[in-house]
Design a protein. Structure first.
Length: 175
């Protein structure tokens, strides 16, 4: 079973964690297809048919992105809006995602403690990602949750990044 990892980072060249995660995925070409939206669509003009065919060719889909303003980067939102069409992703004939496993791999700039009811932002990351879960539920996908790298802005030491790799790969391999 092959997993499509849709990576949506608008500044991958400046990334530390997402770039390292992608580099690790490259070690498993039989298991993962890496699809970098900003690299494929620098003009942000999405080829809907191509994207739908890519989804159909994979058993699992993972959306990987840095959290931007408590949301995904804009190209991922555009991808969801344009690719998840009525009659394909949902509706009486839209069955492509039915029971297909879908997950999120996200990096966030601040600590996990900040994403707690008593923390700085008052909401958990699970709550912030709820619109994605609701979208996946709406298209009848099997949402498998998320994995996160917290404190990317302040604590992304080489050791910590390398330590995150095994958990990241394990999460993807066990969807």
């Amino acid at each position: 079973m092959k997993t499509l990892v849709i990576v949506t980072h608008p500044h991958m060249e400046d990334s530390v964690i997402n770039k390292r995660w992608v580099k690790e995925l490259e070690q498993y070409p039989d298991q993962f297809t890496i699809h970098e939206l900003y690299k494929v669509y620098p003009d942000e003009k999405i080829n809907v048919e191509q994207e739908q065919a890519l989804v159909e060719a994979h058993d699992h889909i993972v959306f990987q992105f840095p959290l931007y303003w408590f949301n995904s980067p804009p190209l991922l939102k555009k991808w969801l809006d344009e690719v998840l069409l009525y009659g394909w992703a949902y509706g009486s004939t839209g069955k492509v995602f039915t029971d297909r496993k879908v997950a999120i791999a996200v990096t966030v700039g601040v600590s996990e403690a900040d994403y707690q009811p008593e923390g700085k932002y008052r909401y958990t990351l699970e709550q912030i990602l709820l619109p994605f879960e609701m979208t996946f539920d709406y298209i009848h996908a099997s949402y498998q949750g998320f994995t996160a790298f917290y404190s990317a802005e302040h604590e992304s030491t080489p050791v910590r990044i390398e330590e995150s790799i095994s958990g990241y790969i394990d999460f993807l391999q066990n969807l």
